[in-house]
Design a protein around this ligand. Structure first.
Ligand code: F6P
Length: 469
């Protein structure tokens, strides 16, 4: 084990969190030693501050070969976290993560299925489901082994839907809470999956001491599914995650971000900027966003040459054919729009698919309009991060399908995620707002964004955890 990775010094585990992706990923340096790197992604920034404050043990899947090698050391300290990585064989991991967690449950909870073709529960699917059950049971067994009597476990997300059920069997003394960072499907959508699967998922979640959601909408959907299938409504709570203001401000103030902002400025000039920052993800609704921008240029000739759309989109889940195809389709849609409108001086859409956080934050500092138009999303933290660092009284054009709509919708311009003409109008309205309107709205968005911290969120989840009924 190399630099940045230490064996732990602390004693019994009284608090653990479990998630598929951990807050740290491992790599090899030139000498072959393992080095830890803080992982990007929403979960690390939502959970990280609370985990550090409480010194919790973080259990996660080993995703890369270097993670698997680090996992051999058992519990390690890295980047301020006390970690234990669980090793799953590569094939089993693909079945659990690609086929079930992302290929099935993600589509279910975000309403993404193309129903004439999907879902399709064939024999390979059922083999993958077995792998999902096994990985969930392994997580539960390791937690049961690590956590001291009467300890607390906070389980995160749809990858681990069955963990609390198994833990209630293995260790009924533990206080548990499950937190869903996604939306939750409706009872009608849940009827699309085989009864046995729906039943296992709901009973697995309902076996947690409490189930948490970012908004009351997803909690009600979960309640309705439980009412229909289990005939009872488990304990739920609502606790919207908050941005890590100190961390976003640190990146915004960094030299790397200043350099990226200069680069962006050289591309945008004194034009106005519409920006979006996401993973290349089917639920983020990239297509309709670009189609709406195309419509805006079509309808409002004076905007041609005067507005740039910067889309900072980093690749995600490329093990799934649907995601690879989506990326190709997004790239060709952008090319078609640029071919249609570009001039020698102006490229209408800048599509950047590099994973460069400083560049994304530079776009958040510079936007006039931030487009956040998911078809459905658990929260969509970027809609709160943007206003924290934006320097131009930027406006947020926000889908009501995002969980964060319930918190900040009053200060945003509303987007119906499926209505391309409506989205085009929303972008136009956002660009037309008076300076006074923009300043009132952006001040309200900033107030909402600082009103909670990641520690508030973590402590609420911790307070909700209890021994199962
Ligand atoms: O939104 C759900 C979520 O699991 C987040 O917690 C996470 O940041 C994101 O999806 C990315 O997922 P993955 O681990 O598949 O890259």
């Amino acid at each position: 084990v190399g630099s940045g990775v230490r064996m732990p010094t602390t004693g019994p585990v009284t608090l653990a969190v479990a998630s598929n992706r951990g807050p740290v990923s491992f790599d090899r340096d030139q000498s072959g030693a393992l080095v830890a790197r803080r992982a990007g992604g929403g979960l690390a920034s939502i959970l990280g501050p609370g985990v550090e404050k409480h010194g919790a043990l973080w259990l996660a899947s080993a995703v890369s070969d270097a993670d698997r090698a680090a996992a051999k050391a058992g519990i390690v300290d890295a980047e301020g976290f006390r970690l234990r990585y669980l090793v799953t064989g590569a094939d089993q991991y693909r079945m659990y993560y690609d086929a079930i967690a992302n290929g099935t449950l993600w589509f279910l909870h975000h309403g993404l299925w193309d129903l004439p073709r999907q879902p399709l529960f064939d024999r390979p699917w059922w083999a993958a489901w077995d792998a999902y059950v096994k990985v969930n049971h392994t997580f539960a067994a390791v937690i049961a082994d690590e956590v001291a009597d009467g300890g607390t476990v906070l389980v995160q997300d749809y990858h681990l839907s069955l963990v609390c059920g198994e833990l209630a069997r293995l260790r009924p003394d533990l206080r548990t809470a499950f937190f869903a960072h996604t939306p939750f499907c409706s009872p009608a959508e849940l009827r699309l999956v085989p009864d046995e699967v729906a039943q296992l998922i709901l009973s697995g979640l309902a076996a947690a001491g409490a189930c948490g959601f970012h908004t009351a909408r997803w909690a009600s959907a979960f309640d309705a599914c439980c009412e229909e299938r289990l005939g009872r409504v488990p304990t739920t709570f609502v606790s919207p995650a908050a941005p890590d203001g100190a961390d976003v401000a640190r990146v915004a103030g960094s030299d790397a971000c200043a350099k990226e902002l200069r680069h962006l400025d050289s591309q945008v000039g004194d034009r106005r900027l519409i920006a979006r920052v996401d993973r290349i993800e089917l639920s983020k609704n990239l297509f309709r966003g670009f189609a709406a921008f195309d419509d805006l240029l079509e309808q409002r000739a004076p905007l041609r040459g005067e507005v740039v759309f910067a889309a900072l989109e980093y690749p995600s889940r490329e093990g799934l054919a649907e995601y690879r195809a989506y990326r190709r389709d997004v790239e060709s849609a952008v090319k078609a729009i640029n071919d249609k409108w570009a001039t020698a001086e102006w490229t209408p859409i800048i599509l950047d698919t590099t994973d460069n956080y400083a560049r994304s934050v530079a776009a958040l500092r510079r936007y006039d309009v931030l487009l956040v138009n998911p078809v459905r999303d658990g929260l969509n933290l970027v809609a709160k991060e943007g206003p924290l660092v934006n320097e131009r009284d930027g406006v947020v054009a926000l889908s009501r399908g995002a969980g964060v709509w319930d918190e900040i919708g009053d200060h945003a311009i509303e987007v119906h995620p499926f209505d391309v003409v409506g989205t085009s109008d929303a972008l136009g309205t956002a660009l037309d707002l008076s300076a006074r309107d923009r300043s009132i709205r952006s001040a309200a968005l900033r107030r909402a964004a600082v009103s909670r911290t990641p520690i508030d969120w973590f402590d609420e989840v911790l307070a909700a955890a209890r021994t199962p009924d």
